[in-house]
Ligand binder design. Structure first.
Ligand code: SAM
Ligand code: SF4
Length: 342
């Protein structure tokens, strides 16, 4: 164990059949969003009826059950987490697990639209790092990609978050022929502002209004282009997810490359994803899921819930099965990223 590693919780750990310990939970707190990004949603989405959505108290209970079983990092996502009504109540309450030391980190992934309003509260609740999704700095293109978003609002949000003391990582989906040419200047901007930036390959999740194979831009190509301009130094850092990191010598900043279509990370996968209806996905790239809402609602005692969690982790698959190609027009998985939150 290195100095920075904390011993895992003394409660029974969640270990899957391949010996991987689940220490990271991503929770989608809502399927709704104030944007309609072209790679994520269709313009006319049907959202879930309210009774199906877990209440904030139920979300807290579920997260707490996972924390008691060894989850050390929690990321809230969506849809857009900050459009859920009273979401700050949930975040503040979850902050108690940071205070007690049961949780190492509480983070969110956001589109940034509501950050100007919430940045100070997020910091006060114990959040120190956030991911903000931003695919372009061109106002017109931003409106085209997000359909309903406004770039100045997001940039104001990022500034507010920085002022509040939050460390910001920019997430950028690499889109062929759309923001492809702008990627180097986005990286220069992010690194100049003191933010790391991570590039993400598009994933075939959910019906959208276009052809995904038109959007797909392999990061191997992006990396080759960047290497013709800058010196990229591989970093040994691993997070248990699909990201690989490099340092760009000329900008001094860190660049992440998320290639979920490769299998090179599954063996160290430490994460599971929970939807706002209480469905647990053990792998982002597989349809198998476990319903935790029924055991949660069946009793106020956590015994049924804990048993359901243990059973689900026992089914965590070895790896995923993503393919994007022109001969297969259907998405590999029918659910949207906004359901599981990425
Ligand atoms: N609304 C928040 C946001 O945009 O950051 C959180 C949820 S969003 C689903 C999480 C991340 O998934 C975003 O960075 C988004 O760009 C990414 N994403 C959405 N659909 C995707 C897809 N089909 N392929 C790859 N990334 C996707
Ligand atoms: Fe909303 Fe995030 Fe999906 Fe864009 S990527 S539509 S901001 S959930």
């Amino acid at each position: 164990m290195t100095i920075n590693e904390k011993p895992v919780s003394s409660s029974p750990a969640l270990v899957d059949p391949f010996g991987r310990q689940v220490t990271y939970l991503r929770v989608s707190v809502t399927d709704r969003c104030d944007f309609r990004c072209v790679y994520c949603m269709s313009e006319h989405m049907t959202f879930l009826p309210k009774p199906e959505i877990l209440t904030l108290e139920e979300l807290d209970r579920l997260c707490t059950a996972f924390i008691h079983q060894g989850v050390r990092r929690l990321r809230l996502t969506g849809g857009e987490p900050l459009v859920r009504r009273d979401v700050m109540t949930l975040i503040r309450n979850l902050g108690r697990h940071l205070d007690s030391g049961a949780l190492d980190e509480l983070t969110i992934t956001t589109n940034g639209s509501q950050l100007a309003r919430y940045a100070d509260d997020l910091y006060a609740a114990g959040i120190r790092r956030i991911n903000v999704s931003l695919d372009t700095l061109n106002e017109g293109l931003f409106a085209d990609i997000t359909r309903w978003g406004r770039l100045p609002q997001v940039l104001d949000g990022i500034r507010a978050a920085q002022k509040a003391g939050l460390q910001i990582k920019i997430n950028t989906v690499a889109l062929r022929g759309i923001n492809e040419a702008e990627i180097p200047s986005l990286i220069e901007w992010a690194h100049g502002e003191g933010h790391d930036l991570t590039l993400i390959e598009t994933m075939p999740l959910g019906e959208i209004d276009g052809d995904r194979s038109d959007q797909y831009l392999p990061l191997s190509k992006v990396r080759a282009d960047l290497e013709s301009r800058w010196t990229l130094i591989d970093l040994p850092e691993r997070t248990g997810g699909p990201a690989r990191y490099v340092r760009i010598e000329e900008t001094g900043g860190k660049l992440g490359l998320i290639t979920p279509l490769t299998h090179n990370f599954c063996e160290s996968c430490n994460r599971v994803r929970l939807t706002c209806t209480g469905t647990l996905f053990m792998c982002l790239g597989q349809d198998d899921a476990a319903d935790l809402r029924a055991p949660l609602r069946a009793s106020s005692d956590d015994a049924l819930l804990n048993a359901a969690i243990a059973e689900a982790i026992g089914r965590k698959p070895k790896g995923h099965d993503f393919i994007i190609d022109r001969d297969r027009p259907q998405p590999a998985l029918s659910r949207h990223m906004s359901q599981t939150g990425g």
